[in-house]
Design a protein around this ligand. Structure first.
Ligand SMILES: Cc1cc2nc3c(=O)[nH]c(=O)nc-3n(C[C@H](O)[C@H](O)[C@H](O)COP(=O)(O)OP(=O)(O)OC[C@H]3O[C@@H](n4cnc5c(N)ncnc54)[C@H](O)[C@@H]3O)c2cc1C
Ligand SMILES: Cc1cc2nc3c(=O)[nH]c(=O)nc-3n(C[C@H](O)[C@H](O)[C@H](O)COP(=O)(O)O)c2cc1C
Length: 638
């Protein structure tokens, strides 16, 4: 990893290596915009992990630019105190403190800002909808000033680089793109017009911060929508913006219509935007930061070595493991808790208003989840080597307990092993790899191929038993369920690549739609039968969008609000919500209607008088995220 750990200079600031944490909204911020100890600790840990620079998440330059009550703000001096605490800890941990200035434009709602959102043109955000207020020239002038005020505050707070958020369909991006800007005055039309607002913002910030201060510009160089920016047009767009006073460009993608390109789910290739960064670097001869699913330091190093970018942004990767840069530099690649691009982080900030990570349950809870040595070493017996069992085992062992993990299968990983079978979910193997490494590192005694029964427990005489026995597929009680054409999702995923066949998948939840995709990719003609109005309802929204697109392009038929009535030798009888029945011919029927807790062992053990705990799917089938979290909490408590 020779290139990644070489220094780099941007207008007077020295970066110790090529790794940058890009702005990433943690929303670990109070409703009134105040920064808490948790926010400061979040950034301290990210800086301490070894990147050269950390860019503080998007800070709103004006009240009507706020996109969530939990967004960071910089539009008033009252925010200075909190922001300066963040700059100070970043700096004291050895990273260059940077801050991103932002205005949401049309990408917010009346609910959040209590007024109509501002926009370049009367075109609402395609997702949020609702009326917007096109900006007047005076309004634009006022906002340019506000960007300048924000920059001055950032400098006063101790930040050493300012990034303008010109990407992801927010206000500056809205002006740049014909997708969102149809103005016919000097702020619209050709490239000169559409870049005018961005140029004025850059010039104003430059005027306020002085000649020696570095400025970055983040662009969505590809918007992947009609009239949206392409790399070729972005090169033209960036020329005048760079001339106005920008020192480095971060090359991102996506807007409000194409969010899957903002935080790319595991469907997308690793480093999927690095080629566009390279094109921009070559055309503009300016330092460039690559971003987008660069979750592996070896890959990051390759990007630098090949000259695709000067700096590499690792965002979600540092949520998953803030120490990734340090571990990479020390050659401890196996110890890295890799981001699997599940987008739990994105989903959680919007659905729950706080950031969470599937692979790193301590994200945003670092203080409350510190690992404290156990007061007394106890013998802990963990049953089940899925994500829940693995996590509780290594955390307990790390605290000093004598931990024995029993798994009836020959491999560790539980349901994640079959979860990782489909091509685009191979990242799950990284999660299993990390958990296995922790098991080895902290000395958990692993007993594979050993099914635990009551006698095993009597033999072991543990002080504590933790059941993490997972869940088993549910079969519907319909006529014909015993027919030879019926199989479960488990057999479909555990075997070799399935032969192409006419298949009906019963159940269009997360598992059913993944199995349907897997079968359709292997050439099967697939119909999904789902009782609810939506396919893949529980899936993270961007993953769902791409999965549905793939199912459609593989010509899978999706029948919603449809119920299975009966299975015949050559197909299934189903009925729609109005009771109209139809027969679907099939050579194979795959059942994926959900799972139930595997409590066979619990039934036997609960009266044996041991200290007994259950975690994960055996309590209630949910997700690897919940199993890991429950394991992490219990491992700290026993
Ligand atoms: C196809 C598929 C894809 C999925 N994708 C995702 C995803 O992308 N994200 C996500 O969050 N979740 C996903 N899930 C769900 C996730 O895998 C489960 O929620 C999670 O694995 C539950 O973890 P667990 O540790 O509780 O149990 P499991 O993973 O079920 O592990 C239980 C383990 O216990 C063992 N065991 C049971 N009884 C005994 C016994 N008596 N003795 C010894 N061993 C025993 C079993 O062999 C098994 O290995 C997916 C599930 C499937 C089926
Ligand atoms: C939860 C979340 C919040 C984000 N917030 C911001 C932000 O405030 N500003 C920004 O420019 N990009 C933001 N992004 C995009 C990231 O900076 C980055 O471009 C993207 O996650 C891809 O990089 P990665 O694969 O290394 O995470 C966010 C992404 C996520 C997942």
């Amino acid at each position: 990893m020779h290139s990644l750990f070489t220094p780099f200079r941007i207008r007077g600031i020295e970066l110790k290596n090529r790794i940058v944490m890009p702005a990433l909204a943690s929303f670990l911020i109070e409703n009134d915009g105040s920064i808490t100890d948790m926010t400061v600790e979040h950034y301290r840990l990210r800086a301490a992990g070894g990147p050269a620079m950390v860019i503080m998440e998007a800070c709103a330059v004006s009240p009507e630019g706020v996109v969530s009550p939990h967004q960071a703000r910089i539009y008033d001096d009252r925010f200075l105190n909190g922001l300066s605490k963040i700059a100070k800890v970043m700096k004291s941990e050895g990273a260059v403190p940077a801050l991103q200035v932002h205005h949401g434009g049309r990408q917010t709602s009346v609910k959040v800002i209590k007024r109509k959102p501002l926009a370049p043109s009367p075109l609402p955000c395609p997702v949020i909808q609702g009326d917007v207020e096109p900006l007047t020239r005076e309004g634009i002038r006022d906002l340019v000033e506000k960007f300048g005020d924000a920059a001055e505050r950032a400098v006063a707070a101790g930040f050493e680089l300012i990034e303008i958020h010109g990407a992801h369909g927010y206000l500056v991006n809205q002006f740049l793109s014909r997708f969102s800007n149809i103005r016919d005055d000097e702020y619209g039309g050709d490239i000169q017009g559409r870049t005018r607002f961005a140029r004025e913002v850059v010039e104003e910030i430059r005027r306020r911060v002085g000649e020696s201060f570095p400025i970055s510009f983040k662009i969505s160089a590809q918007e992947f929508c009609p009239n949206g920016l392409t790399v070729q047009e972005s090169i033209q767009v960036l020329k005048p913006i760079v001339e106005a006073g920008v020192d480095v460009v971060q090359v991102s993608a996506g807007n409000d219509a194409t969010p899957e390109w903002i935080a790319q789910p595991m469907f997308m290739k690793q480093a999927c935007l690095a080629d566009s960064a390279e094109k921009i670097r070559k055309a503009l001869r300016i330092p460039v930061m690559a971003v987008g699913r660069i979750n592996d330091p070896v890959l990051a190093d390759e990007i630098i070595t090949k000259g695709k970018a000067d700096l590499v942004c690792i965002g979600r990767g540092l949520l998953a493991d803030p120490e990734m840069p340090k571990k990479a530099e020390e050659g401890r690649i196996e110890d890295i808790r890799t981001c699997i691009a599940c987008n739990t982080c994105m989903e959680s900030i919007f659905r729950r208003g706080r950031i969470e990570c599937l692979v790193n349950p301590t994200l945003g809870r670092e203080n409350e989840m510190a690992i404290v040595p156990a007061k007394q070493r106890r013998k802990v017996m963990v049953v089940g080597g899925g994500p829940g069992g693995l996590n509780v085992a290594w955390v307990a062992a790390r605290r000093g307990h004598d931990v024995h993990l029993f798994e009836k299968a020959s491999v560790l990983g539980g349901q994640l092993v079959m979860g990782s079978v489909t091509d685009y979910k191979k990242e799950l193997l990284n999660l299993i790899r990390f958990q296995k490494r922790q098991i080895e590192k902290f000395g958990v005694k692993c007993h594979l191929n050993q099914e635990v029964v009551a006698d095993t427990i009597e033999e072991q005489q543990p002080d504590v038993i933790i059941l993490a026995t997972g869940s088993l597929p549910v079969l519907p009680s319909v006529e014909g369920i015993d027919k030879p054409i019926v199989t479960s999702y488990v057999s479909m995923l555990e075997g070799e690549t399935p032969s192409p066949k006419k298949t009906v998948v019963i159940g269009g939840g997360a598992t059913g739609s993944e199995v349907a995709h897997h079968l359709s990719e292997s050439g099967s003609d697939v119909i999904i039968v789902e009782i609810l109005p939506k396919i893949g309802k529980a899936l993270e929204s961007m993953t769902r969008k791409i999965l549905l697109r793939k199912l459609r392009s593989n010509r899978a038929r999706m029948m919603t609000e449809t119920t299975l009535k009966k299975i015949e030798d050559n197909g299934v009888l189903v009925s729609d919500k109005d009771g109209n029945e139809s027969f679907l011919e099939a050579e194979r029927v795959v059942i994926a209607i959900g799972s139930r807790p595997d409590n066979q062992l619990y039934e036997q053990v609960q009266t044996m008088g041991y200290e007994l705990h259950r975690i994960g799917d055996c309590l209630e089938p949910r997700s690897a995220k919940v199993a890991i979290y429950e394991g992490a909490v219990l491992g700290r408590a026993i």
